[in-house]
Each structure stands twice: as structure tokens, then as C-alpha cells.
Ligand binder design. Sequence first.
Ligand code: SF4
Length: 398
Amino acid sequence: MATDGTNLISLLEALLAPHRPGDELFPGVRWLSSSSEAGLRLALDVRGSVLHVELAPVDAVQRFAARSAHFAVSYRTGSGSAGRPLSDAEGMALCRALVPLLQRHEAEVLRTLRERAAAARSETEGQARIRHIEGGPLLSPAQWRTQRYYTLSHYVGCLIGCRFCYAQGPVGLVRHLEGSPEVRWGSYVDARRDAPARLAEEFATLPPGPVKFSPIVSDPYQAIERKLELTRACLQVFADHGAGFPPLLLTRSKLIARDVDLLAAIPDAYAGVSLTTVDDAVRQHFEPRAATVPERLQTLATLRAAGVHAFAIVQPQWPGPLDALADAIAANATSANLGVLESIEDAGPLLDAPGMVQARDRSWQAERKAALRQALLDRGVEVWDGELPPALCTSPGA
Ligand code: SF4
């Protein structure tokens, strides 16, 4: 069973094997894509309409449309769905129809997950638990609308530990499935020690395409990278064997500047630094274990000066002077990608603090994003949407 506990997408695909994204699961129902950004989700094309199906451990949710022995299956239609709206009866029927497919492999997939978790070597670094994982596929195909790419999750879990981080839900879900003890987000990380060797093997066999490092499940430059150098070793493989696989990295750490030599040597490497505000007191409030605002701006400037495509990502939107933020991005980055607060997670008390409460409001997030977008466009900054910069959307295989 080709499941890999560190890779949420491969878990979904192992559950539904031998089906793959693109396959017709039932007459008129095609599996479009998998995602792990807000839990384990499948997108299904139902005769031109899109239905999102969500899987969760059966003992972790109260309401669902159908269930197998281990998974609760629910569905979402509504915003973002294309085609005619699907009825509740159709959603329920599709969830029930998925149950026999899940039942074929769920026991085996979960047994493999748990065996791998039990066999993993663990160590502690100060307060942090590091688990060393090996085996299973590394690059996982992903799709956002028409943008196709691979994800590379050599770290899962993040020691920077932002309390609003929406990775903690899906990562915690997999830990729950594998029977791992519940521990605080920000106190653990799984590291794929075999990632560089595996990457070289997979480059030799997979069709080319852009590769996103650790999307949502981790930060490739959290503190443990200083010791393990897994991100650096993977970048070396990109430099040596990765023609046609442009990498895209995103971080809240200044450690990425250590690898500027390698990034500059890889054609079409994109390196992003998260810049959610220029007010460092606000940054300290929400992201206390991440790099300071001056450090992030210096990091962007270093990357850009070396000829790397250096982009800023502003997600979520935090309070702070908007024009100063747009000026800072225009001065230090070549493009920007903007997003909003996806979920509050553990950050409720932070958002209740004086001066911060506006950031809790969805419409404030949307309006701030729109205003920042305009401010950046006014300054000549390219602003892109989705998962990939436009130049990577035309890469081979994308
Ligand atoms: S740095 Fe990124 S991945 Fe890590 S906790 Fe913060 S938001 Fe999550």
C-alpha cells in the first residue's frame, strides 16, 4: 500500500486506489482532484457540477452524510461550485456511494499509517518532538482550478507554531488516524530523511511540472532545518536533476537566505516570504516565533538581489499601515500573492486583543485584500492569484 503518513494527498489516494484523480468513479461522476488544505477533501465532477467531499475520522465529528468503519463522509456544494447547484439528496447519495470504495482499503491504509508512526524514530530538541519518517512516495500531484503542480512535504508539522495556522486541522487529523498522542501545534514536526534521494528517483520517472514545498503543512525553513538541512539537500537535487521541475518555496523564516546560492542557480525558482503586516508589534502578537518584519524585508531583498523570483505573500491580512506595506513589497519583491484568514483555529484570544478584533471579520479581510491589491497594482507590482505565479502555469506538465 503506497501510503505515506507525511503526505495527506497520498493518504486520500491510497484510500481510493486503484482509482486516481481524473478517473470516473461512478457513471457521470469523475474524481477531479484531492486537497488537504481544509481537511481531507475530494472534488468530484457530477455531470458538470462540482461536489466537494470531506473525510474525517469517524470519532472526531458529530454530523456526516455517510460513514464507513473509520471515516465520516460529508459534502459541500455552494460557493465555488460550478454548474447547477446539486441537491442535498444528490450529495447524500454520492457520500453513500463512496463508502464501499473506502471500505476496500481503509483498514489496510490505517494499519500501514499506524505501523509507520510506531516505527518512526523520535527525538526531542528542547521542547520540540522530531519524528524521522522514511518511505512512500514524495511528490504528490495536486490541482487548483486549471493549475497543476506537485507538492513536496518533506516536513509535516511546524515548530514556528502560529496559532491561526490552518494546517493544524488537517495535520492533526492524520495524527489522530495514526493513533499519535494529541500534542500542541508548534511542538512537533515529522521529517522525511529520505526526501532528497527519493526526489532524485521521482524526477527520473514523473512528467515535469512545478513543485510547491511544504504547502500549508509546514515551513521549509523552520528552526530544525538549520540542523537537518533537508530543504537545502532537496534544492541541491533540483539544481542537479530538476530540469522541468521549477520549485516554489514559501516561508516566515529568514533562514531561506542561507540557500540563496542554490536558489539563484535553479532556473525559475520562486521564493516567497510571508509578509502579513509592516507593523512589527502586530507581527509579534500573531507570529511571535517567526522572523521580524525587518528580517523578512531584508530576506526578500537578498533573494531579489541574487536574481531569484522573490515574491511576498500576504495571508492572512493583519492590521497595520496599508500604504507602507504596499511600499515595502514594491521595494523588495517582484510579485505578490494575497489571501485572507481562512479559519481562526487557536487564535481566538489573539483576535480579541485591542486593535486586532477587526481581523476576525471576513468582510474586513476581503476589503483589506482588495485595497492592498489595488495599492500594489498602482505601484507596478504583479499580483497573482491561486497556487502558482503565471509564469509557472505555462511550465511543461502544468
Ligand atoms: S509558519 Fe506557516 S506552516 Fe508554520 S505555523 Fe506559521 S502559518 Fe503554519
